[in-house]
Design a protein around this ligand. Sequence first.
Ligand code: SAM
Length: 284
Amino acid sequence: MSQIDDLPPLREVVRTHGLSATKALGQNFLFDLNLTARIARAAGPLDEVTVVEVGPGPGGLTRALLACGARRVVAVERDARCLPALAEIAAHYPGRLEVIQGDALATDLAAAAGPGTVKIVANLPYNVASLLLVGWLTGERWPPWWASMTLMFQKEVAQRITADPGDEAYGRLAVLAGWRTEARILFDVPASAFVPPPKVTSSVVHLVPRAAPLPCACAALERVTAAAFGQRRKMLRQSLKSLGGDAAALIAAAGLDPTQRAETVPVPGFVALARALTPEPRSG
Ligand code: SAM
């Protein structure tokens, strides 16, 4: 694909607006239109959807989302240098692109998106990617304000999100993501696809919320997984002592084997521990 719109090529946009990549902002830009279109398509139909994009940068993925028919894109970008380039895209797609300059971590993205079906699609800045994901997974309201997330992470983080019990990458992130969503890696993206290339391979992950996750209080789940995976090679009867209470009673109440290690406990086991720790959980 050589052309998805009549806007100038991204390399030219970056040159014109002096958008040299800044490491501190996790800036690794995508110029390959085939790839940005592939990510946009991976989010599924977009014509009736508001897309929330974190970190549009010079707008490569933003353009693909709009060219793929996204009804509306709300893009939150921290780097003010990108605003003129994004304004050109907004002018090209009147009324369909809203750019918010700010830190996505400090922005109420649900309010910015407004009503209707919302999908989050982003080539995330890697320095805050996990933090953003955890925020989207731990909201009080469930089902959440977003209908799906299609996100680029470092491959190693993608594996930590989608890992199964027994996998080396299985840990707190996999339990949280597995509890509330169905998450899978769609495809890998080589470092060479980015400008500048990062040191590692990346992966696009697709997450869909579970309609009814096993009920437990999110804060309790986070506490038990922090304790259990804080000493992942130790048996539960040892690692859960850091919670401060009677670890043996907690494990018995959850119906687990005290000699099990965190890395072999499936999500329902951690939910049972969280429920035993906080006996009257809020639902979902
Ligand atoms: N979407 C563009 C692309 O695919 O070429 C750029 C992706 S780049 C990996 C990450 C973008 O996130 C950068 O434009 C960076 O300035 C922006 N960014 C970094 N931290 C941010 C934050 N806390 N909130 C919003 N944007 C942020």
